[in-house]
Design a binder for this molecule. Structure first.
Ligand SMILES: Nc1ncnc2c1ncn2[C@@H]1O[C@H](COP(=O)(O)OP(=O)(O)OP(=O)(O)O)[C@@H](O)[C@H]1O
Ligand SMILES: [Mg+2]
Length: 327
């Protein structure tokens, strides 16, 4: 970026610590590119010595423009859910609260020479809250959520230089974001499929090296449907592995209470918990939404038991067909 533009950005960021530092980093980067090493070093020293203002924990982090070349394989997700919208096991609640506390004390932890956990692996079957939780976690941190489509990233990387990917990781190093790698197993698969395909192997291995080396400013989260079958070489790269299990009875009860909280009901959905076991949260969600919709379409004030039973039957039919297709 032209020097004048950077100066304008620097002045505009007055009083906004994170943004100021991000622009200052860009200026230092420009000087490094121009080989002005002495100036770059002295600017960095001044920046490191400048006291940080405490940031408001929930303030939305300012954005460095995202590398445009990465737009093919990355998506910015605006959070639309909050922590009232998710059912988590008490173990997972504790893990996330600890991670938030640790992140907010990151400077103190690092000052003592201790590492801060910032790379997380979410494991669990489809529809059990991995993506939803990443979104809510980002919202709690006041950070934007970027979802990286790994298969597209791998193909954009193939036959290309590593520039796009390098820019992506550079961005995550400087900008406090939650960078979410969905379907992380694609990486493990590509690694196996690579076989003799040297190019693919090279791409996957260098991606893993990027992940190894990066110390994200925010969090790097990867999600996978697999658990045991995931290559240990991939597991060990994460500071924390978190399981999202399908709901058991108690969680189904909590989910129904949450979904029907502000809905007028002519029946007690909790009486049907037995019929709902084995469904994922996403399937339970569809059942509840269909039942509520039936009452809206019929212009009724209350959801009837029949609406709920129909919705369960529809989901069961859908599940049977899906099972047959994957058998
Ligand atoms: N733990 C949960 N609590 C409340 N709702 C949930 C939960 N998990 C999933 N849902 C509902 O199901 C939808 C889909 O969930 P989500 O996308 O998080 O699943 P996922 O684990 O990422 O699945 P996939 O492996 O297919 O990507 C959510 O938008 C939400 O409506
Ligand atoms: Mg998902």
């Amino acid at each position: 970026m032209a020097r004048g533009e950077l100066m304008k950005k620097l002045l505009a960021s007055y009083g906004k610590d994170e943004e100021f530092r991000a622009v200052a980093e860009q200026i230092i980067g420009e000087e490094e590119k121009k080989n002005n090493r002495v100036l770059a070093r002295s600017l960095r020293r001044s920046l490191d010595a400048a006291p940080s203002r405490p940031t408001k924990p929930k303030a939305l982090a300012p954005l460095i423009p995202f590398p445009e070349a990465a737009a093919d394989f990355i998506e910015l997700v605006e959070p639309t859910h909050n922590k009232q919208d998710i059912i988590l096991s008490s173990e997972n609640i504790r893990i996330f609260l600890d991670l938030l506390r640790e992140f907010r004390r990151a400077d103190d932890v690092r000052r003592r020479g201790l590492p801060v956990r910032s790379k997380l692996l979410f494991c669990g079957p489809p529809g059990c809250g991995k993506t939803l939780c990443a979104e809510i976690f980002a919202a709690e941190l006041g950070m934007p959520l970027y979802i990286v489509k790994l298969d597209r990233l791998i193909s954009s990387y193939l036959g290309e230089t590593a520039t796009n990917v390098r820019k992506l990781f550079e961005f995550a190093r400087k900008q406090p974001t939650v960078l979410f790698f969905d379907e992380f197993d694609a990486l493990a698969r590509a690694r196996e499929d690579g076989g003799e395909h040297n190019e693919l192997r090279r791409v996957v291995n260098s991606l893993l090296i990027f992940i190894d080396r990066i110390e994200p400013k925010g969090f790097l989260v990867a999600a996978t449907n697999l658990d045991q079958s995931l290559d240990p070489a991939i597991w060990r790269r994460f500071d924390e592995v978190i399981w999202f299990d399908p709901p058991e009875t108690r969680m189904i009860a909590r989910f129904l209470a949450m979904k029907f909280k502000n809905v007028a009901l002519a029946f007690d959905p909790q009486a049907h918990i037995g019929e709902l076991s084995g469904y994922s949260y996403a399937e339970l969600d569809r059942i509840c939404v269909q039942a509520i919709k039936a009452s809206v379409i019929d212009k009724r004030k209350q959801v009837r038991e029949q609406d709920f039973l129909h919705a369960i039957a529809d989901e069961r039919r859908r599940r049977r067909r899906a099972d047959r297709m994957t058998a």
